[in-house]
Write a protein that binds this ligand. Structure first.
Ligand SMILES: [Zn+2]
Length: 437
C-alpha cells in the first residue's frame, strides 16, 4: 500500500513538472477588505502574525540547524520573553504547515548565511525578530482556498475573508502557493498561479517607440501617451509631521506618532508604485499583443532621472521599457547613441533640434512632422532596416489603440499634430510659381 502511494505521488510530481514546462508563473496581489472584517477576525489575523513571531523566535532560541521540520513543529506552547521574564503562550492559530514552513525558511536563511561565510563575507547570527510580516500558505485547497463567486478567501483555522482584486486571476490557471502579507496594518494575499505560456504574435506588424520627458511615450503611428501619477499633497504634510516627531536615541525609535505617520507615508508610496506598474503593464501588454516587432531606443533613462528628477520618477518609463522588453515577440533595440531625433524619414537629411523645438521641418525636402513621432519612426525604420524587414503601416488599428489607451486610468492619449507630406509642404511653397505658370 505504502509503495503504491509513494509511486502515485512520484507520478503526480512528474506530471506536474511536465505541465509546468508549458506554463508560466504569475503572481497577483489581492487585498483583504478590512471594512468587512469583524473585530474578532481582525484580532485573529493580528494574533496569527504574533504567533508566527513567537514561534520564529522560539525556534531561533533552540538552535535552528538541529531542528527537524517534520518533527519539531509539533509544539503548541512556546515561551515568550516579556521584559525580563519568560511567559508561556499558546499557539492556537498557527497551523502545522505554517510552522513547518517557518522552520524551513529559517534553515534556508542559516544555509544562505553559511554560504556567504564561506565566501569570506562577514556574517552574523540569525537574529530574533521584532515582527513577522508574511505567513506562507503552502497548499491551495487545504491551507487556503479562494471562492471567485463569493469573492472570499478561506484561511485554514481563521475562516472566510472578503477580498478585493480576485478578477485579476485568469480562469484557465492552476492556483498554487500564496503568502499572507501584513503591510502597514493592511493584509494582502500574494498568490502564485500557473497559466499557459502566452503565444507570441506572428503578424509581422511593426511599431517604433520614442520615450521622452515631456510626452512619456510616442508611437510611430502618431499616438502620444502621457501619464503622471502624482504624489498627493498630503504626503508632503505627512513628511513634515514625521520629521518633527520625537526620536529616542536610546531605543533608536521614533515616537508612536512618528511611526504611525511613517506607516502612512509608506502606504502612499506603495499605492503610487502599484498604479505606475499597472499602467506600464497595461500599455506594454497591449503593444506586445498587437505588434510582432517593437523598436525602441536604449535611452539613458537614469541620466534623464538625474536631470529631470521628479517628472521621470512620477512616470517610471524605465519600468515601461523593461516590461516591454520582456513581453514582446521580437524586441528591437536601437543603440543609445544612434541619432533618431532630427532625421528626415523621407530624404535622410539630418539636423540638430533643440529640446524646445517640437516640430521637425526638413530644410531639404520640406517634410514636417512632430518631433517625437519623427523620432519614433526613425527608431522603427532603423531597427527594421537592421533585421532586414520593411515598414508595415498600421492605420486601421490606430483608433482602436487610441481608445484602449484612453481607457487606462491616469493615462492621456492623443494623436500628435498630423504630419504634412513633402508634397503638401512643397505645394504651399510653390503656390506662387503655380499662379505665375
Ligand atoms: Zn527631408
Amino acid at each position: 500500500m505504502l509503495i503504491e502511494k509513494n509511486e502515485r505521488i512520484k507520478n503526480k510530481g512528474r506530471e506536474t513538472r511536465n505541465k509546468r514546462k508549458t506554463q508560466t508563473a504569475k503572481s497577483f496581489e489581492i487585498k483583504l477588505d478590512k471594512s468587512k472584517i469583524s473585530k474578532e477576525k481582525m484580532g485573529n489575523l493580528q494574533r496569527l502574525f504574533l504567533e508566527g513571531k513567537w514561534f520564529t523566535n522560539y525556534m531561533i532560541s533552540k538552535g535552528i540547524t538541529d531542528l527537524v521540520p517534520y518533527k519539531d513543529y509539533k509544539i503548541d506552547k512556546v515561551n515568550v520573553k516579556v521584559k525580563d521574564k519568560f511567559e508561556e503562550r499558546e499557539l492556537r492559530l498557527l497551523s502545522s504547515q505554517m510552522k513547518q514552513y517557518i522552520i524551513k525558511r529559517l534553515q534556508n536563511n542559516v544555509k544562505a548565511l553559511h554560504e556567504l561565510g564561506k565566501k569570506g563575507k562577514k556574517v552574523g547570527k540569525i537574529k530574533y525578530i521584532k515582527s513577522l510580516h508574511s505567513i506562507f500558505l503552502m497548499q491551495y485547497g487545504n491551507t487556503y482556498t479562494l471562492d471567485m463567486k463569493k469573492r472570499t478567501l478561506h484561511i485554514q483555522g481563521l475562516g472566510d475573508f472578503k477580498v478585493i482584486g480576485l478578477e485579476q486571476i485568469p480562469d484557465n490557471c492552476d492556483i498554487t502557493t500564496a503568502n499572507l502579507i501584513e503591510r502597514n496594518g493592511d493584509y494582502f494575499l500574494h498568490v502564485t498561479v500557473y497559466v499557459p505560456k502566452e503565444e507570441k504574435v506572428h503578424n509581422r506588424k511593426a511599431i517604433g517607440i520614442d520615450l521622452g520627458v515631456k510626452d512619456q511615450i510616442t508611437f510611430s503611428n502618431g499616438i502620444k501617451v502621457k501619464y503622471n501619477v502624482e504624489m498627493p499633497k498630503r504626503v508632503k504634510k505627512l513628511y513634515k509631521v514625521f520629521s518633527r516627531s520625537q526620536y529616542n536615541n536610546e531605543t533608536k525609535e521614533r515616537s508612536k506618532r512618528g511611526q504611525k505617520v511613517l506607516a502612512k507615508i509608506k502606504k502612499e508610496f506603495a499605492r503610487e508604485n502599484n498604479q505606475k506598474r499597472d499602467i506600464n503593464n497595461k500599455i506594454a501588454h497591449y503593444v506586445a499583443a498587437k505588434y510582432e516587432f517593437v523598436a525602441y531606443q536604449n535611452d539613458p533613462i537614469n541620466e534623464w532621472q538625474r536631470l529631470f528628477g521628479r517628472r521621470i520618477y512620477q512616470t517610471s518609463i524605465g519600468g515601461f521599457r523593461d516590461t516591454l522588453k520582456r513581453k514582446v515577440s521580437t524586441p528591437l533595440e536601437v543603440g543609445r547613441f544612434a541619432k533618431t531625433t532630427g532625421i528626415c524619414m523621407y530624404c535622410g537629411y539630418s539636423l540638430h533640434l533643440n529640446l524646445s523645438e517640437r516640430m521637425f521641418k526638413c530644410p531639404s525636402c520640406g517634410h514636417v512632422q512632430e518631433r517625437d513621432v519623427s523620432a519614433a519612426k526613425a527608431v522603427e525604420g532603423l531597427s527594421l532596416w537592421n533585421v532586414g524587414e520593411t515598414l508595415v503601416d498600421d492605420d486601421a488599428s490606430t483608433s482602436n489603440k487610441l481608445e484602449y489607451l484612453k481607457s487606462i486610468p491616469h493615462v492621456k492619449a492623443s494623436i500628435a499634430d498630423e504630419a504634412r507630406s513633402p508634397k503638401q509642404a512643397d505645394g504651399a511653397q510653390e503656390a506662387p510659381s503655380v499662379r505665375v505658370g
